[in-house]
Design a protein around this ligand. Structure first.
Ligand code: ADP
Length: 529
């Protein structure tokens, strides 16, 4: 092992820096002078040469480490080169280490045969030809380096594959792999947890064997059978569960695995238990359906109940008017009847409001937006409310007064509905402004002439910040209002907002408690009347 940093470029070519000092060579010779000369010949190559002065010394060194190649003198006292080689070959660690025998020129032929018999890789004659020695040693040194690099690569690959395996085994999601015929090759523990099938029972079986056959292709566009083999699958299915166990819904996603030359290798994929999600979504859909149905039912009920109530209320009002016309009525009876009449009137207004709210969306859609001149509309509203305003000592004005030289603003609106909405806003301003206060209605252009705005300002009691988000809700009345004798159903603003929205407009409010409120209606501008 060299300990060098190892890099592989994009083509996969190995670019490890060659470190020759990492190549160990064992030189076995009893003659110190010869060892010195061999070392001198090899020194330009930079290998690390370890010396042994006898066969026994060589065997001891080989216990401690492995060598790229052994250079061994044949003629040595006590244990000659061949005998030493025999022992070296018996040891597992060194049985494949190449040995180059060094032998005298005149013995070369006889030596070579015996040397090859003992599994020698080569032999060289003495006196040594330096170039030949270097060439022979280099061949084995390079093989050694290559083998070292390969074993390092193998170790690194093993390490990353071990880490990947640890991850997939611990992953909280089911992971699987199938072969080119879609038969299971691998499943992780979470896959087993979700499907209830252990790996040993899954391996070799077809991908869809865990899927309940009825639900397997219930989403035809998404089922494995109907999608191309090269596409990514996304498929939801039910897992067969033991009797009595609740159904499990599983989401499967799988991607094709293709080799470099384009051959199909199979697929890898994941499965997740989405039973809880599916149930939650189904509950949400059901709750939404119920809520929608309730709103429709409420609207229908309000509309039909209001229609039924409208006729008798109108006739009660008519009868009371008739009785009140009778001059013979005592003062006491007249007072009582007046109260009854006012209450019947309030009831009639409430029924009108309910009728408007009960209109279904189709009715709303029928609203016709037409170019509507705003100045005459506001003028007529100010005129019709002026008597009521002065009765409660509140000033009501068109403010700022429109400049006759400026082209009057025109909105795209339904004039009747707009008038109704503004009536609600002005009635509120009158209700919530104490005597001595002031209400003004102003018109202005906005959004660079694309919109027009109508603002109803009052110097009334204002609205608490905590209540301001709720005032457009049906039947909502702010706390400050509840304790007074101010009349109201809590429907006026809900109706105004709905009508303005149906005209593609917006109703907003700003308010300061004790100082007053501004209700602003924004509508699309029409560019000619
Ligand atoms: P109501 O019939 O109670 O007036 P609305 O929907 O018209 O019903 O108004 C809802 C509530 O909004 C009122 O009860 C009141 O609390 C508040 N509100 C509306 N307009 C004003 C205003 N100009 N000044 C102060 N509070 C207001």
């Amino acid at each position: 092992m060299t300990g060098q940093i190892h890099s592989v470029d994009s083509q996969g070519a190995d670019r490890r820096a060659i470190d020759n000092s990492a190549v160990p060579i064992l030189l076995v010779d009893d003659n110190a002078g010869k060892r010195l000369s061999v070392k001198a010949i090899l020194s330009p190559l930079g290998y690390r040469v370890v010396e042994a002065e006898s066969g026994g010394d060589a065997l001891r060194t080989l216990i401690r480490e492995n060598f790229a190649v052994i250079l061994m003198d044949v003629r040595m006292p006590i244990m000659d080169g061949f005998e030493t080689a025999g022992y070296i070959r018996q040891r597992v660690q060194s049985e494949l280490t190449p040995i180059i025998f060094i032998t005298a020129q005149d013995k070369a032929e006889a030596t070579s045969l015996k040397a090859y018999d003992l599994g020698a890789a080569d032999f060289i004659t003495s006196p040594i030809n330096p170039a030949e020695l270097r060439a022979k040693v280099s061949v084995f040194a390079n093989l050694y380096l290559r083998a070292e690099q390969l074993s390092e690569r193998t170790r690194q690959l093993q390490e990353s594959s071990d880490q990947l395996m640890l991850l997939t085994e611990a992953a909280p999601i089911g992971i699987f792999r199938v072969d080119a015929d879609d038969n299971y090759l691998y499943t992780n523990p979470s896959w087993t947890e979700i499907t209830g099938v252990v790996f040993a029972d899954a391996v070799g079986r077809p991908l869809d064997f865990v899927m309940n056959p009825q639900t397997r292709s219930q989403n035809p566009g998404e089922s494995p059978e109907n999608t191309g083999s090269d596409s990514t699958w996304s498929h939801r299915f039910e897992v067969d569960q033991p009797a009595g166990m609740p159904v499990r819904i599983v989401q499967l996603t799988a991607k094709p695995l293709v080799s470099e030359d384009g051959a199909r290798l199979g697929r890898v994929g994941t499965i997740a238990d989405v039973t809880a999600d599916t149930a939650a979504r189904a509950a949400m859909v059901a709750a939404r359906d119920v809520a929608e149905a309730t709103v429709v039912m409420q609207n229908n009920f309000a509309a039909s109940a209001s229609h039924e109530l409208k006729t008798p209320t109108a006739s009660i009002l008519g009868f009371i008017e008739e009785v009140l016309d009778n001059e013979l009525l005592s003062e006491d009876d007249r007072r009582t009847l007046d109260i009854v009449y006012r209450n019947a009137e309030r009831l009639s207004r409430l029924i009108d409001d309910l009728l408007i709210l009960g209109q279904d969306e189709a009715d709303q859609a029928k609203m016709r937006a037409e170019p509507t001149a705003l100045v005459p509309l506001v003028q007529s509203l100010v005129a019709s409310f002026s008597a009521t305003a002065s009765a409660v000592d509140v000033a009501l004005a068109f403010d700022p007064v429109p400049d006759p030289d400026v082209e009057p603003p025109v909105a795209l609106a339904d004039p009747q509905r707009l008038e109704q909405s503004l009536t609600n806003l002005i009635s509120n301003a009158l209700k919530f402004t104490p005597p001595g206060g002031r209400i003004s209605i102003g018109i202005s252009c906005a959004d660079g002439g694309e919109s027009v705005q109508l603002a109803v300002r009052d110097t009334g009691i204002g609205i608490e910040p905590s209540a301001i988000d709720n005032i457009f809700d049906r039947f909502y009345r702010a706390d400050s209002v509840m304790r007074t004798d101010i009349k109201g159903s809590g429907l006026g603003l809900a109706i105004a907002q709905r009508m303005i929205a149906a005209q593609n407009g917006k109703l907003c409010v700003t308010s300061v408690v004790g100082k007053g409120s501004v209700f602003t209606v924004t509508l699309p501008a029409a560019h000619s009347v």
